[in-house]
Design a protein. Structure first.
Ligand SMILES: Nc1ncnc2c1ncn2[C@@H]1O[C@H](COP(=O)(O)OP(=O)(O)O)[C@@H](O)[C@H]1O
Ligand code: SF4
Ligand SMILES: [Mg+2]
Length: 430
């Protein structure tokens, strides 16, 4: 290790570039392939989950080497729950969620291996790949069901409550990590929606709020008329607590406050009634009072849409308020997970304990806030021992060995740390 150099020679750089272009070609070809849905159809390990990440690896093939941004992540999101994903900046939270949306920055970023199982409801397709509409029927004089016809003798497609066409659907568990880009389009936005950290960069400054809401509605709800989509957009603005929805509909993003813009982003996410909302640091760009309002809104909405939320944040306070389950990430791996009580009342991993200690509290008189010593290891050159070892104050002899496996401390609480090897299932490890 002593002679480790901090530069890349020309021949090394050439070798990296060659290897990168080979890998990128391979993964891009896989994403663009034409294949039958059966190829990426799978089954859930537990039917109560909406998403299951299973040993997910997402890498960036950079000029300096391969960045293992997500390096073997496994966790689930149970239906109807809020799962908080916490960890300091750069630990792979956003890349995990972007993998779920197939939005990792390509071509350098690629899902390399693992699975993301998602319980989807997809459009049924005919032999030519077209959606199959459901038609209006009437019962004739003989009691037989007949198709209802319009003035020109054509069958009439059934409409849903919003005015969109009704198509035949099927429930299917898909592996998003293996899905081609084309197939993903019918899930992204419709079944899984995302709320980003900075609404100003996600909203287009040259279009009105109404334009941007309508555009999403028209894209995902086939057969809806312009008047119907406008009414639906205004309803969504009402749902997210905007007092003057007709006024805001006509405004441009710069005319709104940060909190209002984030509400608009939430309205856009809700347009297609998604089953899962990913909120990536949804309150980080907002001031504290507005933060609380947006969190209240998210909680309220989760109840209304009967869906699940994956809440990404570096702020433990936010997860404490919102989450049912918590996943703690460090350097591209999940190092501890459990229910919110497990993580807040009985944190086990020295990193989680460090995070808790570095959280400011209102009632305690602390002179200096705790700071976890040291730095996250270089993502291009990860050690083969515990990634936290060089910062860990509780390190034991065994920690020099290979990366620790998970220890199931209680049925709900798991940790990857050698300190708890003798604490399996007794829940009393300290
Ligand atoms: N587009 C990119 N190109 C190269 N590396 C990236 C890119 N996006 C993220 N990374 C790297 O992936 C790692 C995880 O990033 P990210 O998931 O954004 O962290 P966070 O937990 O703060 O959301 C970081 O080391 C980051 O440098
Ligand atoms: S495995 Fe060892 S080095 Fe890693 S967090 Fe646990 S005690 Fe610290
Ligand atoms: Mg992030």
């Amino acid at each position: 290790m002593a002679d480790k150099k901090h530069y890349i020679s020309r021949s090394e750089s050439r070798a990296i570039a060659k290897e990168n272009s080979r890998a990128i070609r391979h993964f891009e070809k896989l994403k663009k392939r034409k294949c039958k849905p059966e190829e990426y159809t799978t089954v859930m390990q537990d039917d109560h989950n909406i998403v299951e990440f299973d040993d997910l690896h997402t890498y960036f093939f950079s000029d300096a080497g391969t960045v293992k941004a997500v390096n073997g992540v496994s966790f689930s999101i149970p239906e109807g729950s809020t799962v908080g994903v916490v960890g300091e900046s750069g630990c792979g939270k956003s890349v995990t969620s972007l993998s779920l949306m197939q939005l990792v920055q390509a071509p350098s970023g690629q899902i390399v291996s693992g699975s993301i199982r998602f319980k989807a409801s997809l459009f049924k397709r005919d032999a030519r790949g077209r959606k199959i509409p459901v038609y209006e029927t009437v019962t004739d004089a003989d009691g037989k069901e007949q198709f209802k016809l319009d003035a020109k003798g054509r069958k009439i497609i059934k409409k849903n409550e919003l005015g969109g066409n009704v198509y035949e659907m099927e429930d299917r568990v898909v592996d998003i990590a293996k899905m081609p880009v084309d197939a993903m389009r019918s899930i992204r936005g419709r079944e899984i929606a995302m709320i980003f950290q900075e609404p100003m960069t996600s909203l287009n400054p040259v279009f009105t709020i109404g334009n941007q809401l309508d555009e999403v509605g028209l894209l995902h709800i086939q057969g809806i008329s312009k008047a119907q989509v406008k009414a639906h957009s205004i309803d969504m603005l009402k749902l997210v607590g905007i007092a003057d929805p007709e006024g805001v509909y006509k405004k441009y993003p710069h005319e709104l406050s940060g909190g209002m813009r984030q509400r608009v982003m939430i309205a856009i996410a809700l347009l297609c009634n998604p089953k899962l909302i990913i909120a990536d640091e949804p309150t980080t760009a907002l001031d504290v009072t507005i933060q609380a309002q947006i969190l209240d809104l998210l909680r309220e909405i989760k109840g209304k849409i009967n869906g699940s939320i994956m809440l990404i944040t570096h702020d433990l306070g936010v997860v404490a308020e919102m989450a049912d389950y918590v996943v703690v990430m460090y350097a591209g791996k999940v190092i501890e997970m459990g229910t919110a009580e497990d993580i807040f009342d009985r944190p086990l991993h020295p990193y989680t304990i460090g995070l808790q200690k570095s959280k400011p509290t209102v009632n305690e008189d602390v002179e200096k806030l705790y700071c976890i010593p040291g730095f996250v290891p270089n993502p291009i050159d990860m050690p083969n021992y515990c990634y936290f070892r060089d910062r860990c104050e509780k390190c034991i002899e065994k920690c020099a060995g290979e990366y620790p496996g998970y220890i199931q401390v209680t049925p709900t609480h798991k940790v990857a740390c050698y300190l708890y090897e003798n604490a399996k299932e007794d829940g009393d490890a300290k």
